[in-house]
Design a protein around this ligand. Structure first.
Ligand code: UGA
Length: 447
């Protein structure tokens, strides 16, 4: 199929390169000439494992190109996928790019006598495609639905695993408002054998939110239990969690033994979730729910717990050490999770800010996210230093905080940590691994 993808950001570029890999001819449209040139030279502007190779193959095959020329791209395509950003503006979804693109497609349709199906891939609050997108296209084109088609096809891509998530999906949601669009979506995803769910567009939109919300619920719930365990004392919440994980409804016992489903990794206490999706999506749906008269108590609680979770780290250290002024902390991990350079809503931002406020000197390390972290944090003065080698800086620190579970930090337990406080904010280690230094963590205060 000939597919136009509008927006060469994370989702647009990844989807485009993956669709090209499966044999479709993809034209990825973006307003940035510089970005388009860069992509056509095979240089992705985002960090994602395997993406540069995938893009290279897509370009070599002749099935992928980036362009700024929307009309020519639309002229050649069977289906257009919209993958523009839907950021959060004070907790409310900002749909201005969706509106702008819908109008732009409408203007294109005004000048052409053809059918076009428009499929939204951006995360949008339920009801966006069948009301806002529909009416904007209709008024700009002067034509009514169903003279154009409408679909919604949410993505379930985890940063760091996005290519395998796209290429080997657990399910594909085909949201549609008309049969022609469903038929095109079926054709688009014919090369995939995953379970396919056929629903209307607002159901597809809610599926995306429900998925992220239920994952975030696990994180905040286990964090709240962890905080209680710490406050009670003499409980290690990991013992609690390990026992809960063995409930056969979470972790079925099959003939060959336990399955250990991926969901269990969201049921491990830590310093909170972040990234470009969970916080933004929860806020957006909370705001939509309130608008509809539903108070959204759960979303409120999940977000509240998450907001204050990074504070547990600094508060616990202060509780142990008293005044932190003049101490030096080595913060290991700045991205919101391992495997990405994304620092949006990263717990490390809050942890570092709070340490600096308390007069702590901070040495910060991340394998790939330092540049983004610097930009996100702004200029914090002379109390913060970024380093390339964390092992060489352990000696300088009074406190070592593991804030992101990058595998390389496993080495920490083998280093000389006499007299130091280690705070394991991701529960990467067994407490017994630290016999020399003082081991602190979320969900465990042994006195
Ligand atoms: C998330 C969802 O997992 C994807 O399915 C979804 O498509 C995507 O949002 C999106 O809306 O586009 P992502 O933000 O990349 O993907 O992150 P996750 O890997 O799910 O991590 C989210 C948060 O949960 C992170 O803060 C992470 O630290 C935490 N997490 C993640 C865990 O606590 N345990 C894990 O095993 C994985």
């Amino acid at each position: 199929m000939n597919v136009t993808i509008i927006g060469a950001g994370y989702v647009g570029l990844l989807s485009g390169a993956c669709l090209a890999e499966k044999g479709h001819r993809v034209s990825c449209v973006d307003i940035s000439q510089q970005l388009v040139e860069q992509l056509n030279q095979g240089k992705p502007h985002i960090y994602e494992a395997g993406l540069a190779e995938l893009l290279g193959r897509a370009l070599d095959s002749g099935r992928f190109r980036a362009t700024t020329d929307l009309d020519s791209s639309l002229d050649r395509c069977d289906l257009v996928i919209v993958a523009v950003g839907t950021p959060s503006e004070n907790g409310v979804i900002d749909l201005s790019s969706i509106v702008q693109i819908s109008r732009r497609i409408g203007l294109y349709l005004r000048t052409r006598d053809r059918h076009l199906s428009i499929v939204i891939k951006s995360t949008v609050v339920p009801g966006t495609t069948d009301t806002l997108v529909r009416s904007e296209i209709a008024s700009a084109s002067g034509k009514d639905f169903p003279s154009f088609g409408l679909g919604m096809n949410p993505e379930f891509l985890r940063e760091g695993n996005a290519i395998s998530d796209f290429m080997e999906p657990d399910r594909i949601v085909l949201g549609y408002e008309d049969d022609k669009t469903l038929q095109l979506l079926e054709e688009l995803y014919a090369p995939w054998e995953a379970d396919k769910i056929r629903v209307n567009t607002r159901t597809a939109e809610l599926i995306k939110y429900a998925n992220n919300i239920l994952l975030a619920t696990q994180v905040s719930t286990v964090n709240e239990i962890a905080n209680l365990a710490a406050a009670l004392g003499n409980i290690d919440v990991m013992d609690v969690v390990r026992a809960v994980h063995l409930d056969k409804r979470w972790n079925p016992i099959l003939e060959k033994g336990r399955v250990t489903p991926g969901i269990l990794s969201y049921l491990v206490p830590g310093c909170g979730f972040g990234g470009s999706c969970f916080p933004k999506d929860l806020q957006a749906l909370r705001s939509q729910g309130r608008e509809k008269g539903i108070p959204m108590h759960m979303l409120n609680a999940i977000l509240k717990v998450n907001d204050s979770q990074p504070r547990q780290v600094v508060d616990t250290i202060a509780h142990e050490l008293g005044d932190l002024t003049g101490k030096t902390a080595l913060v290991l991990g700045l991205s919101f999770k391992p495997g990405t350079d994304d620092v949006r809503e990263s717990a490390s931002l809050k942890i570092v800010r709070s340490l600096l406020q308390k007069g702590v000197k901070v040495i910060a390390h991340d394998p790939v996210a330092t540049h983004n972290f610097k930009t996100a944090l702004g200029t914090p003065g002379d109390k913060l230093h970024y380093v390339d080698s964390w092992t060489e800086n352990v000696d300088k620190a009074d406190i070592v905080i593991v804030a992101t579970a990058w595998p390389e930090y496993q080495e920490l337990s083998q280093l000389h940590l006499e007299g130091k406080v280690v705070f394991d904010a991701r529960r990467m280690f067994q407490p017994s691994a630290f016999t020399k230094g003082k081991y602190l963590s979320i969900g465990r205060r042994m006195s």
